[in-house]
Design a protein around this ligand. Structure first.
Ligand code: UDX
Length: 462
């Protein structure tokens, strides 16, 4: 293990960065942000994305998904000439000496990663690799430990004995959706996984002017660091959610308790917000994957099973709060604020709202569904639900509460804090709020006359 902070070799950095040409395979969250970020930093970057519709949008400077500031940086990099979208992977391999693999690794039914897209990328790359030019392949997709080693083997296998002049590295990504551009330019740390030390300097050239410590480890260690980091974050959330449950029984307020816990520097307040569980495309998937990896290796995985179980129970807890508040749900109109899995994104993957909707429909409730950014995504992915007679979708927060009996908050957009509470109160039939994210100010909401219920507080005693 090598920890590099300011200890870079004396090199002509400017000259070297000109020699580095970045190729990115896959323009999802990770791939697009990596390409946009590195091209903005001055590297020439080529991106290959299989989905033609996506590539056409990207060529016009349009981001296929919502991510704050991404489109601005995308357009700036395209106009500087540093960012090129290509339809030919052969062009990318010809032009680039550092090829990032950012393809998807969805989870299979047995909770192991589906390696199909990585395998396909290996096959396509192997076809065009020149025999006499050295290429570094960098895996950025979230993968099971051991993938980089496999990837090198697979490429050689597809080459069928032709000379293969490559090294494979692993540089995991820690971007949060909704903060991806900020996180790209301000990482906490850069983990470089290599199995051959001769490529360390090459890789450091790419990251030399990020003000973050660089840790060099093996590829398998880098892959494990990524998975373990997400498993730790999930554990922290399930931990605070458990503490919030006991707060409700002991007449304590979780907001006071968590502040007290987080004041310990060893613990910290980050990722200690109680709510209705972790969601999105990463944490639930990576937790399932880590459980499979532990099982496969016959290592005790009880910790992660508990984290998962606690998380799975959060929707029931939310439903019980709604039921308790309304007494009878049948025939009631419920405003759901939040479709995306969290603020700052239109991504609805694993969103708690998707689990809540069928429960409310089964109870014969009418649903007014609101989100500042994710309405279109919901319409695209759930066309039948979008025209369901008991569901009305709206992008206007005030329209979402007309004659409503209860607002349930499922994600944490700041917009909810800025809303005109008096107007909301007047528009509702019965002004009740169940705040699944503890995002509103309880005193303020109560002053306006709302009945207000949040997570980690027992309202029977207040
Ligand atoms: C996560 C990791 O943070 C990131 O490093 C990794 O690269 C990808 O996965 P992301 O999925 O974008 O990022 O979301 P994140 O901000 O981590 O939140 C994950 C989930 O946990 C969300 O559902 C969020 O609402 C929830 N959460 C987060 C809490 O319930 N409480 C918290 O204190 C923090």
């Amino acid at each position: 293990m090598i920890l590099l902070e300011e200890k870079l070799e004396e090199i002509n950095a400017e000259e070297n960065s000109k020699k580095i040409k970045i190729g990115v395979v896959g323009a999802g969250y990770v791939g697009l942000v990596t390409a946009v970020g590195l091209s903005y930093k001055g590297f020439k970057a080529y991106v290959f994305e299989k989905n033609k519709e996506k590539t056409n949008l990207l060529k016009k400077g349009i981001s296929p998904f919502y991510e704050p500031d991404l489109q601005k940086f995308l357009q700036s990099s395209i106009s500087s000439g540093n960012l090129v979208f290509t339809e030919e992977i052969s062009q990318l391999i010809k032009e680039c000496n550092h090829i990032y693999i950012c393809v998807g690794t969805p989870i299979r039914e047995d909770y192991t990663y589906d390696m199909f897209f990585l395998d396909s990328a290996a096959k396509e790359i192997s076809e065009y690799l020149p025999q006499n030019e050295f290429k570094i392949i960098i895996i950025k997709s979230t993968v099971p430990p051991g993938t980089a080693i496999w990837f090198k083997k697979i490429i050689k296998r597809y080459r069928r004995g032709k000379k293969t002049n490559i090294e494979v590295a692993s540089i995991p990504e820690f971007l949060r959706e909704g903060n991806a551009i900020y996180d790209f330019f301000n990482p906490n740390r850069i983990i470089i996984g290599v199995d051959n030390k001769s490529i360390i300097n090459d890789l450091i050239q790419i990251y030399r002017d990020f003000s973050a410590p660089i840790l060099v480890v093996s590829t398998t260690e880098a892959e494990l660091i990524k998975l373990a980091s997400n498993a730790f974050l999930s554990t922290k959330i399930s931990f605070i959610n458990s503490i919030s449950d006991i707060c409700e029984k002991l007449n304590c307020d979780i907001e006071n308790v968590r502040r007290g816990i987080g004041m310990d520097n060893r613990i910290g307040l980050d990722f200690l917000k109680p709510g209705i569980g972790f969601a999105g495309s990463c944490l639930p998937k990576d937790l399932n994957a880590i459980i499979s990896i532990f099982k496969e290796n016959k290592v005790n995985h009880i910790l992660f099973e508990s984290v998962k179980e606690i998380n799975n129970q959060r929707i029931d807890l939310l439903y019980n709060k709604i039921k308790k508040a309304l007494w009878n749900i049948k025939g009631k109109t419920i405003s759901v604020w939040g479709i995306s899995f969290k603020a700052g994104t239109d991504d609805i993957r694993e969103s708690p709202t998707l689990k809540l909707i069928p429960i409310l429909l089964k109870e014969n409730a009418k649903i007014l569904l609101y989100d500042p950014k994710a309405v279109n995504n919901f319409k695209k992915q759930f066309p039948e639900l979008s025209i369901h007679p008991s569901i009305k979708l709206t992008e206007d927060i005030y329209e979402s509460v007309v004659n409503s009996n209860l607002i349930v908050i499922t994600n944490d957009w700041e917009d909810y804090q800025k809303v005109n509470l008096m107007k909301i109160y007047e528009l509702m039939e019965t002004p009740i709020i169940v705040d699944g994210r503890n995002i509103l100010n309880p005193l303020q909401v109560s002053e306006y006359g709302f009945e207000y219920y949040r997570i980690g507080v027992n309202y029977e005693s207040t």
